[in-house]
Ligand binder design. Structure first.
Ligand code: NZQ
Ligand code: ZN
Length: 387
């Protein structure tokens, strides 16, 4: 295990009917005017919007709005938000949504103080030195954005879906109320489950040795996600299963699993971001296709870990590690198929020619990967395995 510092300042308020606490929390933080950021129509359709507005009004918190943040969020919307925040001199951001809304809010919060174009932070050309305080109400558990410092945004001029990390944009408070996620379409619950499992696997398949505690926690999270997802596909109002899935998702990417490791591999995510930048499919779908292909690609070097994965997650143990590694990857694909995810590009009508564009796009930030270093040629090979 490597040395590490673990720090996470986000306060989590978890439980049923906790949404109304938002006004009180903002008051405690002495924030009297916020930019309320949300997506397209779900927040109004479900009645959540009215509940939030009432909570803000009850505590005399003034607000202006930025609505219409779309999945795979775009830079031009972030810039619109920065302008509204500046023109109205807000003191904080209230993000109500999933990863797309929270990530956009982080970029707005940092862009508020940034001298120049906030895209420079995604290009790693400048560091974020200050950000508005961020409060979130999570409506879709998937990305862990409610308790981390990552933001992923697509530059709609260049089609680059890039990320930044900054300690300055960890949310101050995140409210996770599993009940409000029962309105999610089944497809979004599935996407969230696949994203969560993928975050765990990014850290799990890391070359660091002697990380038993991290690995045991990881396996526990993956098994919990699988069980809870299967139950939710039978009954989306099963509160206990939803709660398990929500908390698993936050724990998967709040820094806990990266402790003592080399930071995880992250190749599958880097490749997937280029897939969803170009084809506008959901992040969870892209990962269900790319991750098993990447596992196949690293199979020979990763036999030991894959063998363990197969046993701990799927109970596979024939006594032949190489064979079990192979069976483990197949079992993962089968499970994705079972919950209704595509597992190949051909299923979603992405052609072999289009894979070249994706590889070119992803290789702009290459080389990447800890298990194996990937550049254009290797990325294209993985994409072809996923065909
Ligand atoms: O726009 P509305 O109408 O609100 O509908 C949304 C959206 O269409 C809907 N939705 C959300 N909550 C709902 C709901 N519908 C009904 N009831 C509710 N309670 O769900 C749709 C998808 O939302 P989105 O925020 O895009 O999903 P997700 O949370 O999966 O976020 C995905 C984005 O986050 C990035 C992904 O790349 C992608 O752009 N990621 C962010 C990370 C991070 N910040 O740490 C890490 C991840 O690996 C990931 O890259
Ligand atoms: Zn992800």
């Amino acid at each position: 295990m490597k040395d590490f510092i673990f720090e996470n300042k986000t306060k989590i308020i978890f439980g049923e009917d906790k949404v109304e606490l938002i006004g009180k929390e903002l008051r405690k933080g002495n924030i009297k005017k916020v930019l309320l950021v949300y997506g397209r129509n779900s927040i109004k359709k479900t009645g959540l919007y009215d509940r939030i507005i009432n909570s803000l009004k009850n505590k005399n918190i003034d607000f202006v709005e930025l609505s219409g943040v779309k999945p795979n969020p775009i830079l031009s919307k972030v810039q619109e938000g920065i302008n509204i925040a500046k023109d109205n001199n807000v003191k904080g951001i209230l993000a109500v949504g999933g990863g797309s809304v929270i990530d956009s809010s982080k970029a707005i919060a940092a862009g508020f103080y940034h001298n120049g174009d906030i895209w420079e932070a995604f290009e790693k050309k400048s560091k974020i030195t200050k950000a508005l305080p961020i409060y979130t109400i999570l409506t879709l558990s998937a990305t862990g954005s409610e308790m981390n410092g990552n933001a992923v945004v697509t530059n709609d001029q260049t089609n680059q879906k890039w990320d930044f990390f900054s300690k300055k944009v960890y949310p101050q408070v995140s409210i996770i109320d599993p009940k409000i996620q029962s309105t999610l379409p089944k497809k979004q619950t599935i996407n969230g489950a696949v994203d969560t499992i993928s975050h765990v696997m990014e850290f799990y398949f890391d070359p660091t040795k002697n990380t038993m505690i991290q690995d045991e926690i990881s396996e526990g999270i993956i098994r919990t996600v699988m069980k809870s997802t299967e139950k939710l596909l039978q009954d989306e109002n099963d509160y206990e299963s939803r709660a398990e899935l929500c908390w698993s998702s936050t724990l998967a990417l709040n820094g806990l699993l990266s402790t003592g490791k080399m930071g995880g591999d992250w190749s599958s995510h880097m490749i997937e971001h280029s897939v969803s930048a170009i084809h506008d499919i959901s992040h969870g779908e892209g990962l269900a296709i790319v991750f098993p292909a990447w596992l196949k690609y690293i199979q020979d070097d990763g036999v030991e870990k894959l063998d363990r994965f197969a046993e701990k997650i799927f109970g596979i143990d024939t006594g032949n590690p190489k064979f079990d590694a192979e069976l483990g990857i197949t079992a993962l694909k089968d499970w994705y198929r079972k919950i209704g995810q595509p597992v190949s590009f051909s299923e979603i009508k992405i052609t072999k020619e289009q894979l070249i564009k994706i590889a070119e796009n992803a290789s702009q930030i290459a080389p990447f990967g800890k298990m194996k270093k990937l550049d254009y040629k290797e990325i294209l090979e993985i994409l072809n395995i996923a065909y």
